[in-house]
Design a protein around this ligand. Structure first.
Ligand SMILES: Nc1ncnc2c1ncn2[C@@H]1O[C@H](COP(=O)(O)OP(=O)(O)OP(=O)(O)O)[C@@H](O)[C@H]1O
Length: 106
């Protein structure tokens, strides 16, 4: 398990960013719950609490997968030690989990 509690399937590193929490390794691939697996590609931007990368779908969940998931999504990584997690997991994470599975939401 890496430092990002986002269900990553690999601990391989990608180039990091500028601040303290962005020096932690990012996974090469990401799977959230039973979502498809996404390859972590280029950085899109950075918010107050996390970094956003392109996620390129590389596999469906299974051979019978009929989800309408996108081939490309925005993957946001927020370190559990970031300032946004001072009082526990941010509410935003609950929202993502609730929305997960609809088109464009891994
Ligand atoms: N779907 C997307 N497509 C392209 N770029 C995106 C997408 N989502 C985020 N970004 C880029 O990543 C940056 C940070 O996004 P984020 O959602 O983290 O912003 P924020 O809500 O301001 O951050 P925070 O919630 O951490 O305060 C955005 O300003 C934008 O440049």
């Amino acid at each position: 398990m890496n430092d990002y509690d986002r269900g990553a399937t690999s601990p391989d590193k990608l180039p990091g960013g500028e601040d303290e929490t962005s020096t932690a390794p990012l996974p090469e691939k990401v799977q959230v719950s039973n979502s498809p697996v996404y390859k972590v590609e280029r950085k899109l931007g950075k918010g107050g609490f996390g970094q956003v990368y392109v996620g390129r779908r590389i596999s469906p969940t299974n051979a019978n997968d009929t989800t309408t998931g996108s081939n490309a999504v925005a993957l946001k990584f927020e370190h559990r030690n970031s300032k946004g997690c001072n009082y526990g997991p941010p509410y935003e994470w609950q929202v993502y989990n609730t929305l997960g599975g609809i088109h464009g939401m891994p």
